[in-house]
Design a protein around this ligand. Sequence first.
Ligand SMILES: Nc1ncnc2c1ncn2[C@@H]1O[C@H](COP(=O)(O)OP(=O)(O)OP(=O)(O)O)[C@@H](O)[C@H]1O
Ligand SMILES: [Mg+2]
Length: 394
Amino acid sequence: MKTPFRDRVELFTNKDVLKDHYEPEEILERDEEIDQYANALQDVVDGWEPDNVFVYGKTGVGKTAVTRYMMDALEYEAEEREGVDDVVSVEVNCHHHPSSYQAAIALVNELRADTDRDPLTTGLSTSDVLNALFDEIEAREGTVLIVLDEIDNLGDDDMLLYQLPRAKTNGNISDSQVAVVGISNDYTFRNDLSPKVQDTLCEREIKFPPYDANELVTILTDRAERGLRGDVLEDGVIPQCAALAARDRGSARQAIDLLREAVNVAVEDGREVVSEEDVDTAVERVERGRIKDSIKDLTTHGQYVLLAVTQMSVSGETPARAKELYEVYEEVAAEYAAEPLSQRSVHDHLNDLSMLGFLRQHDRNYGRGGGQFFEYELDVDAEMVREAMADEAE
Ligand SMILES: Nc1ncnc2c1ncn2[C@@H]1O[C@H](COP(=O)(O)OP(=O)(O)OP(=O)(O)O)[C@@H](O)[C@H]1O
Ligand SMILES: [Mg+2]
């Protein structure tokens, strides 16, 4: 029987190594940041009360990977040293727990995971949850590091960020100590915090810059050695993935995605060697995937606003002003039988979409009398947006 499956072409030796959830055995090209991080946390292994740390940098620059490495190193080091309290770290991703209340529940359950205490039930009051968290921290009788990843998802809900650093002073804990490590790819988040929260949370700030092409070559070469057969990449493939990612956002995630997809293209074609053309194909695929994922994360009205800009772009009417876009947005909302938001909210959505890289914003200043306003246009491929939206609607 003839089946639709192709002959096996094995270019990977370990497919996981090029996947997003893979935790690298070695952190490369981040020596300076690791040094700063170690300085910020040195007090923990010296037996003092730790400072809070705020880590920021754009997406894909190693914040989560380096933080996990640092937490492992810290737990190990504390274990090795005589007379130093135990160190435990718990990590919560605020993208999945987007309020202080939800993040606190997740932390309690994470801390309870290796005990015989049951996870929290639902319907508890905020103070019940906070007290449960203080109890868990106290029970460790050591240093507890609370890692709040993608912390910008908490918005201005800074209850947890206010309470944790003060837990000791306020007498909520006494036998343990606690420090917060906040991670964000939005530096403006810091400025939105109330001044007293800012002061405590941001005692130590570590900035992760984007990677340049050479650094990405190092990271990709290491991954390729761990995950691919030795002879499958043409010489130009890694430098090309690195250059493209460096030019775009300096993201290691993007560079690794490109390499993985380029290999997949060759495998699907039944070829034993990955060429630079495969990287070109990979660029399209990765961009398509990225747009799809980010569209999924938008609110429905965010999606309608994006659709409005896309429609105007297809009919050649962009860059367009918020006022013009609002009219098209109203039509889109009507098509989906949704009550349109106010002009002001749509304005906020336009801003958000610009921050997320969907739109480009032009500042028009026509001097006195002409007025000053923004115009918007699509910064991603219109067809890709339409496809992704169509899939999303299914
Ligand atoms: N210095 C590095 N050495 C090895 N691998 C790295 C390095 N930096 C990043 N990576 C890899 O690149 C990918 C993205 O890194 P990471 O998840 O740490 O980014 P991030 O800064 O947390 O991004 P985001 O803000 O989107 O969460 C991961 O797969 C990670 O393993
Ligand atoms: Mg991260």
